[in-house]
Design a protein. Structure first.
Length: 313
């Protein structure tokens, strides 16, 4: 079977795997088989674990020799001696020994090993030569948050200027699946709980699914008896970031930075005073959710609602 994967060698070079198949190695009493192995023409090593697994045998090493024995009968199947660092097996030249000593784990394997981290983190680790994989990570895996409303990120911010209609705060909710963002203005931080209930009723009815996980920082507007009692009643897992670790709530922190930067641009361009920030915030959120079609990939709106936005750009 033809294969497009690679394996690494000691210096980090990736060698192409030409095919995957089975091979038999002649031995003193019976042939030794290797199944589903990688064929790399430039390498002649075999995997000891694969050898033992496929042939019900054990391998015994000492300083000058290696011995392959049948685990049931105890018979010696293959033996090799060496005065150097390797143990060469002398087999007929017609037998091709596949390379199985090492192989590159797929990106999805590293994604799972590292707590289902994102493609950007994996790419950074690979560029730092800490891990290696031959393929690109897909957007999601089966265990990740790959459904609308499965995970909702939230954060609450105070505006340095009171809006013309009396709002001093805003709270945002971000769907992890699509990155679609909702923003609500607040006159008091204590309105965070009732605003979340309003948001939940809207989106759960709209998409006919339930919010499973809610993530925010540990600020008092979230970490209080109202929220905790409500989450327990509705079986919503509250995922709270650790103190002084803004990166753990990075989705909404980045949204906030993007939002405030856009508001600071839009207001002077429209020759509006700072107390119109809430209107500029609404315009910014719409732009973030509905980027022009010249951008690559799906917009948050298209991914969440499964239909393109008709625009006149």
């Amino acid at each position: 079977m033809v294969c497009n994967k690679c394996i690494p060698i000691g210096n980090g070079t990736l060698l192409p795997i030409k095919s995957i198949g089975s091979v038999a190695i002649p031995a003193d009493t019976r042939p030794l088989s290797l199944k589903n192995v990688f064929h790399v023409p430039s390498l002649k090593q075999i995997s000891v674990r694969q050898l033992c697994w496929d042939n019900n045998c054990s391998v015994i090493f000492n300083e000058s020799s290696v011995c392959v024995k049948d685990k049931t009968s105890g018979r010696t199947l293959l033996q090799a001696s060496s005065s150097g660092n390797l143990y060469p097996l002398h087999v007929p030249s017609t037998v091709s020994i596949p390379a199985l000593a090492a192989f590159v784990d797929l990106a999805i394997v590293w994604h799972r090993r590292l707590g289902h981290c994102g493609a950007r983190t994996l790419s950074s680790l690979m560029h730092s030569n800490l891990i290696s994989f031959p393929n690109k990570l897909q957007d999601t895996c089966n265990s990740c948050y790959d459904l609308p409303l499965y995970l909702i990120h939230s954060d609450l911010w105070q505006s340095p200027v009171l809006s013309y209609n009396g709002y001093g705060y805003n709270i945002c909710f971000v769907d992890d699946f699509s990155r679609f963002t909702w923003i609500y203005p607040l006159k008091r931080k204590s309105k965070a709980f009732t605003t979340f209930c309003t948001f939940q009723n809207l989106v759960e009815n709209l998409f006919n699914t339930k919010i499973k996980i809610f993530q925010s920082d540990g600020a008092s507007e979230y970490d209080n008896s109202n929220f905790r009692t409500y989450f327990a009643k509705h079986r919503i897992y509250f995922k709270k970031s650790c103190p002084d670790t803004q990166a753990q709530n990075g989705v909404t922190k980045r949204k906030h930075r993007h939002l405030t930067e856009m508001v600071r641009i839009l207001l002077p361009e429209a020759t509006l005073p700072a107390n119109f920030w809430i209107d500029a915030a609404y315009a910014t959120i719409f732009t973030i959710n509905h980027p022009p079609p010249i951008l690559q990939g799906l917009s948050p709106f298209e991914k969440l609602f499964h239909k393109p936005l008709i625009t006149t750009f």
